[in-house]
Design a protein around this ligand. Structure first.
Ligand code: CTP
Length: 449
């Protein structure tokens, strides 16, 4: 019996897939089809798959050509599948010519002619129009965002608005996108809005964009008042618009795996979370001179609060801040201690004091440790009382990681709600509330008087 294997995502199952499976089956007597999991696709940068794994499997099954369907979960699995299932022929579409030649060591490799004029990408673009992104703000993060958006099919960065015309113009020229001198112009020429302006302008810009019926992705920290966050989410909900806070960590595969493992019971009940993020900035940087909204906690606090809110929930009994201030009264280092129903947590942020950036999650049976840059999670370890027992996990993190939040935002705009849990409205509101509490603190209060 000749055994054939082939692999694919098989999203929005189309004629090309049908033909490929038919020809693969005709190469032998028994056809095994590997269908990629969602997490595998995300890890390899395929961020906009529409159909669920079950739907894709079901469609492959319905083609009638597959004698067996397996799941493709990891890079390198193909070779072990070939060995495990005693495969004679590995078949794949001609778009992969040369890519799998190394497999000929294990079985025959056949590249089958691809059906012309159809692909999942094409169908996705037909069913979901390309969302033209208007960017508000033209700082460093906007540039990174723009480059990352190129890895997400279904969006295109169209133009930028910045009331500081010179900066906006330079940005537009550098990235070869439109430059808008007014927000009206931006709204007229784009479909969705990314807000990457200075923190204090987020509320006004997000509200304005929502009121112009635009879906919005807003950089963190979203806003500094609970009621502003609630209001913005309310406007979004009433207008059926998607509003996301862009904390990239929340959407990246490694961090999501970490949260899953932490919640799995492997380390028992979680009782302690210690999250530290420091990033030294120049004394004259915006972060250390912006009297109102500069400082370590406002700048970096969102990252550290994220795992705490994810694992302990948004309710806490007590929160206390301790800071070290610079001449201008901005915190160059802040420690926040939280007492939550389930345990204790510490946030440590520094723009003027360096410390070991680390995320530690302590449980009743073990602990998880993620070294810096844990906010771009690629690797973590689980330790136990028995020090010789260590479990290691790794996950990919592509580029600057912003592509994951862009992909999730886009999928949500296209009507796929399954990613919303990664950073919920309630979690964003809870973070805004903590920022507000921090700003109400004694020392900061003095600054406003
Ligand atoms: N395939 C094909 N003809 C097409 C499209 C796909 O023969 N017109 C083949 C691919 O070469 C691959 C298999 O079908 O062997 C599964 O491909 P998959 O990546 O799932 O489909 P695509 O349509 O290529 O998806 P995308 O546009 O997302 O890359």
């Amino acid at each position: 019996m000749t055994k054939v294997i082939t692999y694919g995502t098989f999203d929005l199952f189309h004629e090309g897939h049908y033909n490929l499976l038919k020809r693969a089956k005709a190469l032998g007597d028994y056809l095994i089809v590997g269908v990629t999991t969602e997490s595998y696709d995300r890890a390899r940068g395929k961020l906009n798959v529409v159909d669920s794994l079950m739907t894709r499997i079901e469609n492959v099954r319905k083609s009638g050509f597959a004698d067996e369907i397996v799941i493709e979960e990891t890079v390198g699995q193909k070779i072990s599948d070939v060995k495990k299932y005693e495969i004679d022929i590995f078949a794949i579409g001609s778009d992969w010519v040369g890519h799998f030649d190394h497999m000929s060591e294990y079985c025959k490799v056949v590249y089958l002619e691809r059906t012309k004029g159809v692909s999942s990408t094409m169908l996705r673009n037909q069913s979901f129009k390309i969302q033209r992104i208007g960017i508000i703000g033209s700082g460093r993060i906007a540039g990174r965002f723009l480059m990352e958006s190129k890895s997400v099919s279904g969006v295109s960065a169209q133009g930028v608005y910045n009331p500081h015309l010179d900066g906006g113009k330079r940005f537009a020229e550098k990235y070869e996108i439109d430059f808008y001198t007014t927000r009206e112009e931006l709204y007229e020429n784009t479909d969705v809005v990314y807000v990457a302006s200075p923190h204090e302008t987020h509320y006004e810009y997000v509200k304005d964009a929502l009121l112009h019926q635009k879906h919005v992705l807003c950089e963190k920290p979203f806003v500094f008042e609970k009621k502003q966050a609630e209001e913005l989410f309310q406007i979004a909900r009433e207008n059926q618009l998607v509003l996301f806070e862009g904390i990239k960590t929340a959407y990246c595969p490694g961090f999501n795996k970490l949260i899953d493992i932490a919640c799995s019971g492997l380390i028992g009940n979680i009782r302690y979370i210690d999250a530290c993020f420091t990033k030294l900035e120049a004394e004259n940087s915006r972060e250390l001179t912006d009297q109102k909204y500069g400082g370590s906690f406002l700048e970096l606090g969102s990252y550290c609060l994220l795992p705490i809110i994810k694992l302990f929930g948004k309710e806490y009994e007590k929160i206390e801040f301790e800071s070290i201030y610079n001449q201008q009264g901005l915190d160059i280092f802040t420690k926040a201690n939280l007492k939550c129903g389930k345990g204790l947590a510490t946030v440590t942020c520094g723009l003027g004091v360096k410390s070991e950036g680390r995320l530690l999650i302590g449980g009743t049976e073990g602990y998880i440790v993620v070294e810096a840059p844990w906010w771009k999670t690629t690797y973590f370890e689980v330790h136990f009382e028995d020090a010789s027992k260590v479990e290691k996990y790794s996950e990919r993190f592509l580029g600057e990681g912003l592509r994951y939040e862009i992909g999730d935002w886009l999928n949500r705009i296209n009507g796929n709600p399954k990613n919303e849990f990664k950073l919920t409205r309630a979690e964003s509101i809870a973070m805004a509330e903590i920022m507000e509490k921090f700003l109400e603190g004694e020392q900061r209060k003095g600054l406003f008087e």
